[in-house]
Design a protein around this ligand. Structure first.
Ligand SMILES: Cc1cc2nc3c(=O)[nH]c(=O)nc-3n(C[C@H](O)[C@H](O)[C@H](O)COP(=O)(O)OP(=O)(O)OC[C@H]3O[C@@H](n4cnc5c(N)ncnc54)[C@H](O)[C@@H]3O)c2cc1C
Length: 460
């Protein structure tokens, strides 16, 4: 049996996903759990996946019960097991870490989901048919989780998605070595069995949410994410082999990766940014056979926003870090990038580590011979998103403004969640928003059609 990749592993292949735990490994891991009364692991999962309960059930060999808990609480629990920064969430307060190391909660969670597939056991059940009709805009984790919640309550749900395939960033952003398309398809299959209709290749445009309500949908869940990349105004930005992380990663997830592989193989690549997305690009470039890969980041290693796991993965794959540096110019020859110019930075006021406090340091100018330059400076809301929903207020940044619950908007029939509300955030937070909005929408449908009771899902 192949063993699970650890963060220290060097990637062999850009699409090679780590092997999951075996039954014995998962049982051994569960056996280390201290079964804490206050369960910090369960308290710190935004989506309420409840590791304490599924680990306890696994220890008692109630495997079906454990699968019911994990999938019943979080319909994308397999995906979350792969992409969540568990060290910042469920594993953060793990008592076992004080004596040895934290329980591999993500590993156990993934094992349960994959074991359910092996057993052909899908615990997601649909209640008797009811009359509500929900339209979901966007098939990322927020849209999928809301759709599942409402479909399980027996209502009719249709997802509208611009792209050819469902999944949002899970399909077109997160690299395959962390989440393979087959795994995503397998988790989507469980949702499709709930009767959710997927209308892919369909972009909802201006006043589209109202249009859907007029067409007979009783509510809309708006979850288009944030797909506009932060642009960089730099001399040479239009040269060949200069691109942004969104396009780079989407190309990697397309059916044919030859173009991107050719662009990178044997070449020097510079990635500009210090977040997890920058690390994903750098690790992917290395796994495609790039010669040298640099991460250039304006602040210090300490301020890098990347998750520890993603940073370690880049380090393990020999990515070279150039913190406290900015790029000032991209140099080209015959329209093609050949090098970059940069300068080191320092803090104007010592101890104050905001970007506004950075200054370039005279005499520290440097040149790097690079063939590819990828910007990874973050994502923003698409300006067009604002025009889709009438009666919904948006912030200056183009994000939806919600009530205190984080999902109810100024239009009582339109709910929103995921990155379009929070700004770039986490998959598990998008799942949590979708779940919460789903519950609100079920309540709304219940008010409109009082005779039918809303059943609460249990996790036996
Ligand atoms: C490269 C990358 C890597 C990441 N890695 C991680 C990670 O490892 N772990 C983690 O927790 N988080 C990660 N994130 C963040 C995480 O993916 C997002 O927080 C999450 O996907 C947000 O979910 P969402 O449903 O709000 O939006 P999205 O996933 O962005 O999905 C929105 C969907 O709506 C569709 N859409 C947009 N407009 C329309 C329209 N008008 N009509 C129809 N469809 C529309 C889009 O095509 C898209 O499919 C990553 C983000 C990026 C960009």
């Amino acid at each position: 049996m192949k063993t699970k990749h650890r963060i220290s592993d060097h990637l062999q292949n850009a699409t090679d996903m780590a092997q999951g735990l075996s039954l014995t490994q998962a049982m051994n891991e569960a056996a280390r759990c201290h079964l804490c009364h206050d369960a910090p692991c369960s308290q710190s999962c935004p989506a309420g996946t409840d590791p304490a309960t599924f680990i306890r059930k696994l220890r008692l060999r109630n495997i079906k019960g454990a699968i019911r808990t994990v999938k019943g609480n979080n319909v994308l629990s397999g995906i979350c097991a792969l992409v969540c920064p568990t060290e910042q969430l469920c594993q953060k307060g793990c008592v076992a870490a004080g004596m040895d190391k934290a329980i591999d909660i993500g590993g156990i969670q993934r094992f349960l989901v994959e074991h359910g597939w092996e057993m052909k056991f899908n615990p997601l059940e649909k209640e008797e048919k009811k009359s509500g009709k929900l339209a979901v805009i966007g098939s990322g984790p927020a849209g999928l989780s809301c759709a599942a919640e409402v479909a399980m309550a027996g209502h009719d749900v249709t997802i509208f998605e611009s792209m050819e395939k469902a999944g949002g960033v899970l399909r077109y952003g997160v690299p395959s070595f962390r989440l393979h398309g087959d795994f995503l398809d397998r988790e989507l299959k469980d949702l499709k069995e709930l009767g959710i209709k997927f209308n892919c290749g369909k972009t909802i445009t201006r006043a589209g949410a109202e249009g859907l309500l007029k067409k007979g949908y009783n509510a809309v869940f708006f979850a288009p994410g944030t797909w506009k990349t932060v642009e960089l105004n730099l001399p040479g930005i239009d040269l060949k082999n200069v691109c942004n992380a969104r396009d780079f990663l989407a190309e990697m997830r397309s059916a044919d990766q030859t173009k991107i592989a050719q662009m990178v193989k044997g070449k020097n690549v510079a990635v500009y940014g210090g977040g997890s997305v920058a690390m994903d690009v750098a690790t992917t470039a290395k796994s495609l056979g790039a010669n040298k890969v640099y991460i250039i980041y304006r602040r210090s290693m300490k301020e890098m926003p990347a998750a520890r796991h993603d940073l370690d993965m880049a380090l393990a794959n020999y990515v070279i870090f150039r913190p406290m540096s900015i790029v000032t110019e991209l140099m080209g020859e015959k329209g093609k990038l050949i090098s970059l110019k940069g300068i080191e930075t320092d803090w104007k006021k010592p101890g104050e580590t905001s970007s506004a406090n950075l200054v370039p340091v005279e005499g520290t100018e440097f040149n790097l011979k690079v063939d590819v330059f990828v910007t990874a400076l973050g994502y923003q809301a698409e300006p067009a998103s604002k025009e889709i929903c009438a009666g919904v207020s948006f912030s200056k940044k183009g994000l939806v403004e919600t009530r205190n619950d984080g999902v109810t908007t100024a239009n009582p029939l339109i709910f929103a969640g995921g990155d379009i509300v929070r700004g770039p955030a986490l998959v598990v937070e998008a799942v949590a928003d979708g779940k919460k909005a789903g519950q609100k929408i079920i309540e709304l449908f219940q008010k409109e059609h009082p005779g039918k009771k809303v059943a609460k899902r249990g996790t036996r």
